[in-house]
Design a protein around this ligand. Sequence first.
Ligand code: FES
Length: 423
Amino acid sequence: NLDVSGLVDAEGGLLDRAVFTDDQLYRQELRRVFAPSWLFLAHTDQFHKPGDFFTTYMGEDPVIVTMDKNRKLRVYLNSCRHRGARVCRADMGATRNFTCTYHGWAYDLEGKLVSVPNQEGYPADFSPGQWGLVEVPHVDSYRGLVFGTWNPEPVSLRESLGDMAWYMDAMLDHDDEGTVVVGGVHKWVLAGNWKLAAEQFATDWYHVNMSHASALMVMSPSGKKPKDEIVHRTGRQYVDPNGHGAGFPVHPKNRFDARTVHDWADYPAMRERLGEARVEGPLTNGHATVFPNFSYLPVNGSVRIWHPKGPDKMEVWAWTIVDKSMPEEVREAQRLYNLRTFGPSGIFEQDDGENWSEVQSIAHGFITNGVALNYQMGMGSEREDGRHPGQTSELYSDAAGRSFYARWRDLMNTPAWHEADQK
Ligand code: FES
């Protein structure tokens, strides 16, 4: 294990590019950042009856999320106990059991091994009860978002979210009915380290007016790029000690850019429920990351995970979620708006992916790799602003980025539970 203290100077706002390129660090990240953290898995709306399942990853570990016979969500390592093939090779669906296609071992919804072809060939003391699927020990949800962790003794999901939950509620808690998923899960591959995307959603509003200039002109009714000073002056950035972050402009109207959604939204009711500050702030077209690799865009209803696929590659999985109370035509308007802007070929998404791939494509250069990156914007600006919980900074700031990497550094330097005998 490497000590990464010299790579992350969160206090001085400097970052060594090895955090994006080094193979050994990447493997340590899987052990010490992903394995102990609460990781986003799915939305509860994807499971309505026993046997509904969705396959995804925790870090690089493949997992199956399914509803058992008692309607409890359970998560299993998607790897057969025999020779290790995946026992479920579909993206999603409904089943009575998970049958491995290699030799036919079958597991029920409770993860129990229930069928072994030619079992008589095994020794008399072979006990199928000892060969069930490996189960993720802790699974919990927050307002429809399902998370799991391999950590046997984690802090609760709610505790790990801390004040971030207040910001998340601006997207998830518009009324008593909660949210549902519309459309499928979009998946695409990007050349770039997963942290480039996660940190941007936590901290980087600064790129918007440059990177998205042409997209902003296309979206603007006047065809001109909107003036950024107002957004810059009024916006805030939430800086969470657990590495989460959120950035949002503050403006009193026009939160939903999809006109149909805007016209349908009951703003007085939302102000009543969430308060002025939240409706005028985090419910705007902001962005956010829940450490380590779950991000969302409240006004688009886009939630996404940046799956790590080696230091140089990530796979983006994105859902569109809407208020369950939305009528069909409003849901459809939101789905199309999200696709147009932040779908795989969305006009903003394209700009972001290009940036991350650009940064990654040169980061392996010997000299380049040794030149530190600057995360000093907004140094010392974090404070309690009296309107939003926790510490906030200016909108144009790297404060949440510094906090993201400080959290990453702390986890990287801390032995996880599975290293107990090495401590
Ligand atoms: Fe699954 Fe052999 S690998 S049954």
